[in-house]
Design a protein around this ligand. Structure first.
Ligand code: TRP
Length: 338
C-alpha cells in the first residue's frame, strides 16, 4: 500500500476548516493507504517559541479532535514529532545538503513570515531576519515525510512549495549518495478539493487568532450564534430583497454542509423569497448535525486524558520503528559510523 504522511501544528481545538480541509480526507485515506499522522510540535516552536505554556494542552486537544472525527489509532499511526527523535536527526543531515537560497526563496515560508509581521516585503534579503529554525521549517517538514519514506502527502495548496522542496532535497540526497543503493521516494502532494471556509467575520479563512471559528467542540447554541455573525450580501437588508449568494459566506457554507438544498437556497436567495435569518438557522442546524456524531467520543477522551496520552506514545513507538530503519540506511549511505 502507498504510504501517507501528513502533519498538523498543535494550535489547540480544531475548527470546521480543519474538518473539511483535512480531517475528513485523512479519515477516508485510512482504507486506501498506510497512514501516519503527526502532531508536529517542533514546527510550532519555529514561530511560537516565546510562549510554550499551553503546548501540551494543544497537543492533547488536537489528538482528541482527530480521534473523535474518525482517525482511528488502530488504522493509522498517530504520532508526536518530538517523541520521535529520528525526525531531528534527519533534519540535521538534510540541513547539510540544502543550499540556503532554496530556503530564502521558499514562497510558503515568505508568506508565513509576512503574515506574522516578521518581514515587510518579499525580498530574499529580508528573509535573513527570520530565525534559523524558522528558515529551516521546510527542511524539518521534509524530514517528517522522508523519515517514513512516504510517497503521498495530503496538504492544502499553500503547502505545495514545501512539498516541492521535499522532492528537491530527496533528489539531491539520492544524487549525492547514490552509491549505497538506497534512494528516497519523491513524494507527491495530494490536494483537497474543498472550498476554503471563510471565517464567521467574513475574512478569508478561519483562524484562531482572529476568533472567527466554529470549533468541532462547540455546542449547538454556540454554533448558532457564530453562524448569526456570518457576513451576507450587504444589499440584502430585508427578507424580500434579492441576494447574491456568490458573495455570501453563509452560501459558501451551504455548498459544503448542505449539498442537497444548496441549489434551492441559491435560487430562493436570489428571488428574495428566502431571508438571511432562516437561511442561517438552517445552516446552523446542518453544521450541528455534521459535528454531533463526534461529541460522544470527544467527551469520552476528554474525560480520560491518560488514554489519549497512551495513544500518542504507542503511535510514536510504532512511528519510531519505521523511522529508525530509515535512519540506519541513511547513516550507511553517508558513511557515518554505526
Ligand atoms: N507545514 C504544515 C502546515 O502548516 C504542517 C506540516 C509539518 C506537515 N510537517 C508536515 C504537513 C509534513 C505535511 C507533511 O500545515
Amino acid at each position: 500500500m502507498p504510504r501517507i504522511f501528513s502533519g498538523m501544528r498543535p494550535t489547540g481545538k480544531l475548527h470546521l476548516g480543519h474538518l473539511v480541509g483535512a480531517l475528513e480526507n485523512w479519515t477516508r485515506f485510512q482504507s486506501e493507504y498506510e497512514t501516519i499522522y503527526g502532531i508536529v510540535d517542533w514546527h510550532s516552536l519555529t514561530t511560537g517559541y516565546k510562549d510554550t505554556s499551553r503546548l501540551k494542552e494543544y497537543i492533547l486537544e488536537a489528538v482528541i479532535d482527530w480521534i473523535s472525527v474518525g482517525i482511528d489509532p488502530n488504522k493509522s499511526i498517530i504520532m508526536l514529532q518530538s517523541l520521535v527523535k529520528e525526525h531531528a536527526e534527519l533534519h540535521l543531515l538534510f540541513s547539510m545538503i540544502t543550499p540556503t537560497p532554496w530556503l530564502i526563496r521558499n514562497p510558503a515560508v515568505k508568506q508565513q513570515a509576512r503574515e506574522m509581521g516578521l518581514i515587510e516585503n518579499a525580498s530574499d534579503d529580508e528573509m535573513t531576519k527570520i530565525d534559523f529554525g524558522h528558515l529551516g521549517y521546510p527542511v524539518l517538514q521534509t524530514a517528517d515525510i522522508l523519515v517514513y519514506q512516504a510517497d503521498t502527502v495530503p496538504v492544502g495548496e499553500d503547502q505545495i512549495p514545501h512539498i516541492e522542496l521535499c522532492r528537491e532535497i530527496a533528489r539531491r540526497f539520492n544524487f549525492l549518495f547514490s552509491e549505497s543503493g538506497f534512494q528516497f521516494p519523491e513524494p507527491q502532494h495530494k490536494l483537497t478539493v474543498t472550498p476554503r471556509l471563510p471565517g464567521v467575520d467574513g475574512s478569508m479563512k478561519m483562524s484562531k487568532s482572529l476568533n472567527n471559528c466554529i470549533y468541532l467542540s462547540d455546542d449547538d447554541a454556540t454554533v448558532q450564534s457564530q453562524v448569526r455573525k456570518m457576513v451576507t450580501d450587504p444589499n440584502k437588508v430585508r427578507k424580500n430583497d434579492p441576494g447574491r449568494p456568490e458573495i455570501c459566506s453563509v452560501f459558501t457554507y451551504h455548498t459544503v454542509f448542505n449539498k442537497s438544498e444548496v441549489d434551492e437556497i441559491g435560487k430562493n436567495c436570489r428571488s428574495g423569497e428566502l431571508g438571511c435569518v432562516a437561511c442561517k438557522r438552517n445552516l446552523g442546524e446542518k453544521i450541528t448535525t455534521r459535528i454531533d456524531p463526534f461529541r460522544q467520543k470527544r467527551k469520552e477522551l476528554a474525560d480520560n486524558l491518560d488514554v489519549v496520552e497512551k495513544i500518542i506514545k504507542d503511535g510514536s513507538d510504532k512511528a519510531r520503528a519505521i523511522a529508525s530503519d530509515t535512519l540506519k540506511q541513511v547513516r550507511r549511505s553517508m558513511n557515518l559510523m554505526e
